[in-house]
Design a protein around this ligand. Structure first.
Ligand code: FAD
Length: 388
């Protein structure tokens, strides 16, 4: 059965799709796998890189969905739960996720596996809030991984250590959010950036090359509103909306695109953005697709692009039907020169040797990968080039 990712740049017309009904069925399936291709979990296909190759066996984990338990500020979800289902499931418990990214169409496992994040000073990625997880390794063994074990290796694991079946994530009391978007000059936006980061729970901006203007966005905690106003603000429009946090965080993304994103040490973030802007004004002045700039707290994941101290993320987009090679090739060296590490779900051209310089715990991760997946069942072609 044919499968393709969200942006349509990865297609697997001849892959078999397996739909295990529960953890034990999954473990049996992995243990028995003898095919020529690899075994690879499907989230909701919102990554832009070829994690999956045609001929691999794809694992649809939609049967592993739902809230399993909540206790002591930690919620345990089946790993295939879509992010958009999490808010409504936590609401009756008066709880919510600490932070979310731009959309909520991903699965929890897919988002955690790649280090997916939102923005906000002192707020980390979704994977940084994971307290424990359950996964089935390449021999079909079920592991519970927590802080006493290999959690920092597994929290951003790209599915290389095993297929996650449950994720325990830190949650906080439910909160409302007020979103404000305004259009302003680049100079004003950059001047205000640091003070807005301090003043607001979340702050980010989008820069549109063709207009050379910024759309700045702030989100502030408010009491849970009785009358939410959730009309989608079209991209670039000024305005406000409010509601429960999980209703306000996500935007609708109707237009398909491909994306490159790097996490830069925050101290170099705005310099990096300025260099990207100079490059794009010179080489791609007519581009309407924006550059997004966010800030988030560092974390301890061995393969986390946001490992270490505070980082800024710079994201470049281009319509899915256009070839992004020239744009990404022009910008990527700037992101790398500023100490950047790529988002694992987005486009980059790093090779194995580059990873060694960027990830000090890479050798430890590779040793664990060999132990937990000795027959390389989860190692698809793309990942083999980086991690074999
Ligand atoms: C419109 C759009 C908006 C986005 N916004 C943001 C954003 O705001 N912030 C951000 O950081 N990123 C963002 N992304 C990137 C996206 O969050 C990541 O690529 C994420 O991994 C996608 O989740 P998914 O469920 O679609 O996973 P997939 O893309 O389907 O899978 C990602 C990886 O996780 C693995 N995987 C999936 N399930 C499991 C499992 N159960 N166990 C082990 N491995 C598993 C897959 O095999 C694959 O290697 C966006 C992408 C799009 C298309």
């Amino acid at each position: 059965m044919s499968w393709q990712n969200w942006s349509g740049n990865v297609r697997c017309p001849r892959s078999r799709i397996e739909r295990p009904s529960d953890v034990n069925a999954l473990a049996k399936l992995i243990h028995a796998h003898r095919g020529s291709g690899a075994l690879r979990a499907l989230g909701s296909g919102h990554s832009f890189v070829p994690f999956w190759a045609d001929g691999d066996t794809l694992l649809d984990l939609s049967a592993l969905s739902g809230l399993q338990a909540v206790a002591d500020g930690v919620a345990r979800f089946s790993a295939g739960t879509p992010l958009h289902a999490i808010g409504p499931m936590l609401a009756p418990h008066d709880l919510a996720l600490v932070n979310m990214g731009d959309i909520d169409r991903q699965t929890l496992a897919g988002a955690v596996a790649t280090g997916t994040h939102g923005t906000g000073r002192g707020l980390g990625s979704l994977s940084s809030a994971v307290e424990a997880l359950e996964l089935v390794d390449g021999s079909g063994r079920i592991h519970r991984v927590d802080a006493d074990g290999a959690l920092d290796a597994a929290r951003v694991g790209l599915g290389l250590l095993g297929v996650m079946t449950a994720i325990e994530i830190r949650v906080i009391p439910a909160y409302g959010l007020l979103e404000r978007n305004q259009r302003e000059s680049v100079e004003h936006c950059l001047e205000q950036f640091d003070s807005r980061l301090e003043q607001h729970r979340h702050h980010e901006f989008w820069w549109v090359p063709k207009l050379d203007v910024c759309i700045s966005k702030t989100l502030d905690s408010i009491a849970m509103p009785e009358e939410p106003r959730l009309d989608e603000l079209p991209f670039g429009a000024e305005g406000e909306r409010w509601g429960a946090s999980w209703q306000v965080f996500p935007s609708v993304r109707d237009l398909k695109f491909n994306e490159m994103e790097y996490a830069i040490p925050a101290t170099a973030g705005l310099d990096c953005f300025r260099a990207v802007r100079r490059c794009m004004l010179e080489q791609f002045p007519k581009l309407f697709w924006p550059v997004e700039y966010r800030i988030l707290a560092g974390d301890a994941g061995w393969l986390s692009p946001t490992a270490g101290g505070e980082v800024a993320t710079v994201s470049i987009h281009l319509a899915a039907e256009e070839d992004p090679t020239a744009l990404f090739a022009a910008v990527e060296p700037i992101l790398r020169d500023h100490g950047g590490r790529p988002h694992w779900g987005k486009r980059h051209t790093l090779a194995r040797a580059d990873l060694e310089a960027l990830y000090p715990r890479l050798a430890d991760f590779l040793a664990l990968r060999r132990e937990w997946d000795p027959d390389d069942r989860f190692l698809t072609g793309y990942l083999a080039e980086l991690f074999l």
